[in-house]
Design a protein around this ligand. Structure first.
Ligand code: NAI
Length: 394
């Protein structure tokens, strides 16, 4: 099958197996080019391991610290005439590379919100690893069926209290327009908290601790975002922000428990990056396009893998402890939030129009990154050649 990108709005409905593997290999190569992480994790569970920050965390643990990794994710395999989702191919690429390097890598595909997947993970840890010393919680999901009530909660990206109007960009068509988003109802806020808040992270940690599969001193980390004021109405102060506040609440509760064995749990606030999750948020892709331009010019641009490697190497291991902010979060968004970077973004924001988008922003870099998420645009891949889309999970 010859596989080309088919972009539909903020999603690409195709993915290239060899391209995804090459993208994963680029991340592996980055980690291998850095000094090894001393005192790093050795047995790691990554929830949401197939794309974005979770995949970058897994690669950093495996190739930076020689860790055995157990990955949990929710992806769709290929079917008749249709390639699988990129996380499927990423995971196969990662697993092959890890095993070729002599590293343990096991994958559990399914809905991480269910009790069943939690039990499968516990059984796999008991059988193969005994205990884990790091749990990365990096799920970004559109919905969650509550394991106790059976209710289906859908997350949404809306402001709270009042409608919000700002600029946004259709990254596919390159059109800058104004978007108005109506405020969320209380039910929508609660639903978003139920999906993207901390309850499921707590359920995971309770299940793992209860089964005795957390090593003494085990750590756990989940990811959040703050960003600039221009996105606050739809992010920090919107429905997703309320969910992130709940994730912070959960971090404190989990931390109190892990500390009894010398471990810790915390939130790392990461940089805004092109991922499948962030491309769905209104306004944010325009901000990212400007941010990329400014940070590339300043020489401080990082992708998911550089961010996660920096988190592990300078905040969690190598003899370091996280340098927490005033409310206890690790910050690897520090370079993004530098005043001179934010001032430069704020100066460009009001000037951007459809006509000057290419000149004032790095929309080209955004699109390139976006296509790479699906395995397109990688050097050395012949995209005109037929490729086998039906790959079994490793
Ligand atoms: P992503 O969309 O690239 O990855 C999400 C992962 O969750 C995938 O591995 C997917 O398979 C998995 N997943 C989704 N639903 C699942 C389910 N029901 N069961 C099992 N696995 C499931 O997302 P991204 O951007 O890497 O986000 C991860 C975390 O990082 C989120 O908490 C997000 O808010 C946070 N973050 C993202 C930033 C960004 O700019 N992309 C910035 C800062 C934080």
């Amino acid at each position: 099958m010859i596989i080309k990108p088919k972009v539909r709005g903020f999603i690409c409905v195709t993915a290239h197996p060899e391209g995804c593997a090459a993208h994963v290999q680029q991340w592996i190569d980055y980690v291998k080019s850095q000094p090894g992480i001393q005192g790093g994790p050795k047995k790691v569970l990554v929830l949401g391991s197939s794309t974005g920050y979770g995949l970058a965390s897994r690669i950093t643990a495996a190739f930076g610290s020689g860790a055995a990794t157990l990955g949990v994710f929710f992806e769709r395999p290929s079917d008749e005439g249709r390639p699988a989702t990129p996380g499927w191919y990423n995971t196969i690429g990662f697993t092959r590379a890890a095993r070729a390097a002599g590293l343990y890598a096991k994958n559990i595909m399914g809905d991480a919100f269910t009790a069943d997947i939690k039990q499968q993970v516990i059984a796999a840890i008991k059988a193969d690893l005994g205990q884990v010393d790091l749990v990365v919680y990096s799920l970004a999901a559109p919905r969650r069926t509550h394991p106790k009530t059976g209710a289906v909660h859908k997350s949404c990206l809306k402001p709270i209290g009042a409608p919000y109007t700002n600029k946004t960009v259709d990254t596919d068509k390159g059109i800058v327009s104004e978007v108005t988003i109506d405020p969320a109802s209380q039910e929508e806020i609660d639903d978003t908290v139920a999906v993207m808040g901390g309850e499921d992270w707590e359920l995971w940690m309770e299940a793992l601790a209860g089964a005795g599969v957390l090593a003494p001193g085990a750590q756990s980390v989940a990811y959040s975002y703050i960003g600039p004021e221009v996105t606050w109405a739809v992010y920090k102060n919107g429905t997703i922000g309320m969910a992130k506040n709940d994730l912070e609440r959960a971090a404190r509760a989990i931390d109190a428990k892990l500390r009894t064995t010398g471990g810790r749990a915390f939130i790392s606030v990461n940089k805004a990056l092109v991922t499948q999750a962030s491309s769905a948020i209104p306004v944010v892709p325009l901000y990212i396009s400007i941010l990329y331009k400014i940070m590339k010019e300043a020489g401080t641009h990082e992708g998911c893998i550089e961010q996660m490697h920096r988190l592990f190497a300078t905040q969690m291991y190598n003899g370091h402890s996280p340098q927490f902010d005033e409310i206890g979060r690790a910050r690897v968004d520090d370079l993004e939030m530098r005043p001179e970077i934010q001032a430069a973004v704020a100066a460009i924001w009001p000037k951007v129009t459809t006509d000057n988008l290419a000149e004032l922003t790095d929309i080209a870099g955004y699109r390139e990154e976006f296509l790479k998420l699906f395995g397109f645009g990688l050097a050395g891949i012949d995209y005109d050649a037929p490729t086998e889309p039906h790959l079994p999970m490793e």
